[in-house]
Design a protein around this ligand. Sequence first.
Ligand code: SAM
Ligand code: SF4
Length: 317
Amino acid sequence: MSMLKRRLVDKYGRRMRKLRISLLDACNLRCLYCMPEHPVFMPQKDWASAADLTRITRNLVELGIEEVRLTGGEPLLRKDFMEIVTGLSALPIKKLGLTTNALLLVPHLPLLRHTRLQFLNISLDSLDRDNFFRITRRDEFSTVIDAILTAKALGFRVKINTVIMKGINDHELPDFVEWSAVHDIPVRFLEVMNIGVMKARFHEHFLSVSDMMTILGAEYRFSALNSLPDSTSRNFLVSNNAKIGFIASESNPFCTGCSRLRLTPKGQIRPCLFMEAGIDLKPLTPEEYLDVLPTIIAMKPIKRIFHQPQPMYQIGG
Ligand code: SAM
Ligand code: SF4
């Protein structure tokens, strides 16, 4: 490993190799665990431009970043989304991914096929139209299902992210396991996190991964699949051939293996989802990155922090 790449290793030996870029805070859904009904979004003029994002990412790739994922808010709402993807596709990264609610995905798919962005994590919290509406406050269930199946048919690597909430969609756990097997699409079940609007309702709706496994264990057998040491999810092959994963952000946080840095829509690099502190990379030269990144990495907590004043959609989930 080069000297430069060693700069992205912290004192616990964690090497920063993943970058999550939040492109904006705005969204076209209003998921009840993520957004208030009437959020106030940052002005567009504050967004880092496509050129800034490509330049910043190129500099970070030089220092050891290997995987990049775009998120938000809803990343596909940016008019320059394809320009950003084209810029990032030219960089020597191992994996370029997108986390999206998929409302605007289908029209992008033909162009995306010719880019390196092939890893799509699509959020879907219900397989029932009415429950989808209850959770997202928008009647877009069929748009999302259509986008998922179209992307899969076109050969994209699709995974589903499903936030499970007690009393809201926990009864759908077995439905998702059946759906995963039928469509050959992995589904990852996420614990709802105690952040943003969820803080007020967390204890009412939190369901741990261990409880999810108990519920599913009554009907299915799981065999563990190998995952990388810095993977956020524990993955399993189910007895019906479904592929599922569990992300225990609250009950078993993955901080000790975390290899992730975050870039905010303004171009600020942050050490952790749960820290507001960061440094604006836009004005810095590549040489200056070598001064600021060790400071950022040294701030990275080794244990889960339980206060984040900012909501998830502003930082990038
Ligand atoms: N809008 C895109 C989407 O929904 O996929 C990308 C941004 S969204 C903030 C990224 C992920 O964060 C989604 O999978 C969403 O379900 C998850 N998320 C948001 N708020 C959450 C919370 N309170 N607990 C757990 N996951 C949450
Ligand atoms: Fe929008 Fe994603 Fe938050 Fe839902 S989870 S409101 S789709 S940003």
